[in-house]
Design a protein around this ligand. Sequence first.
Ligand code: C2O
Length: 540
Amino acid sequence: STTRVYNFTVKPLSVTRVCKTKSLVSVNGMYPGPTLYANEGDRILVNVTNSAEYNITIHWHGVRQLLSGWSDGPVYVTQCPLQTGQSFVYNFTLTKQSGTLLWHAHATWLRGTVYGAIVIFPQSGTSYPFKFPYKEHVIILGEWWNANVEEVESRALLSGGPPAVPDAYTINGWPGPLYNCSQKDVYVLKVFPQKTYLLRVINAALNTDLFFSVSKHNLTVVEVDGDYIKPYATDKIVLAPGQTTNVLLSTDQPAGRYYMWGSPYISAQNVSFQKTQTLALLEYKGLFNAAAAPVLSAFPIPNDTNSVTKFSTSLRGLADSLHQASVPQTVDKNLLITVGLGVKPCGENHICQGPNRTKFTASMNNVSFVMPDIAVLQAYFFNISGVFTRDFPDNPPFPFNYTGLPPTNQTPDRGTKAVVLPFNSNVQVILQDTSIQGTESHPIHSHGYSFYIVGQGFGNYNPSNASSFNLVDPPKRNTIAVPVGGWAAIRFKADNPGIWLVHCHLEIHISWGLASLFLVPNGVGPSQSLPPPPPDLPKC
Ligand code: C2O
């Protein structure tokens, strides 16, 4: 394995899309940002310098950060932000992960423009467990706002309502021809006929689940969130924000031009969002009628939960002899965590300009996460008291019919609470969606861990559901889209000491408090202990 060194300069960049020119925060003047390339097992050093006017951190989404929690990145959880002019070297090793991940800003809503791909090739000397592709390409789905991302954020938080819908969705930063003065702003992928391409698809959107498809072509899914799966053929895939999916595409259609597209999956039934699509072009080399309109297949309906369920329940981990699954067969620590939204009456700390003079809130087990102003990992490591507590409940404080009507008096507690997971314990978490303020699919992401998805279903979780869990070949992911009005069961071994943020990857929901902390204490000896922070870690 080798060490790969990258330099990231965070700086403003002027970009024009859909008739609007604005200055956005970029890395190295690129939008989307640069791609990191590595082999499994490599060490990565990214020297980040902040030359923008906003405080920032960078998170390596899905990278396990085994014993390197100081490089994880969520602001005020593992580090204080890099202020203008400051630098920090993120230093981590890609342990037992292969495929595609993403990196993004993890302070305020800056990840709306500050994001890029992490491409992890197999360990040197080994190959893919599938047909070697002729070529590989990164496809990043994103959102474009005419307003500044910071402005979109503060408007949403002040209004107390949902965030503004983006002015466009994008593929590799380009909206495609369905938007205003956007005819030429199309990402074009040129391909040769009769070849196999690997597309590394990433959803970097702030607040939208997206379907992705290539008109008239089948996609064979071979990897999700940095872990291989059994090949699965489908006409479209769906990705929640933070999820990544590698697909093989055979250029087996007549020479021509075919639209690839991203189309929103909006599970909430009672909220009307604008529904628009981003298009990109797959263009064959060869002879075809260039005057003909490119082929465009039909978009799914926005709340096509059936397709989403079919896709997510069809994925199987690659439990072969080379890529052994290590699914915990027994459980030492059981958690049932509700994930959902609520409304909080007007009062202290709440500006009540929202619907019915209320403000949205969000919680896990009725605790709405409060961002401290000293990094929790520092407070933990140096025993600074008053920053966080260790009393996050293992179960909801009061049971109710989670998918029925919400209890009228539910007012979440606010706090910065961690749940302690004993070192090396086998952990099972049931994530239970609640229907408060209308159901919505929450993409729950854990830092520091990928987890096996052993089961999912609709309605209230019932312990008898455990008899049908898949403990043989479940997929391993870092972000699970909890079914709308349903539940998901995940398992992992708590072998990575540190403080790890677990949160909904819809940015508006983390702002409302849909987050919590896993605290995993050290094991025995230096090989099971978090080392001290690097000297250049930013100070608060
Ligand atoms: Cu991709 Cu905490 O985030």
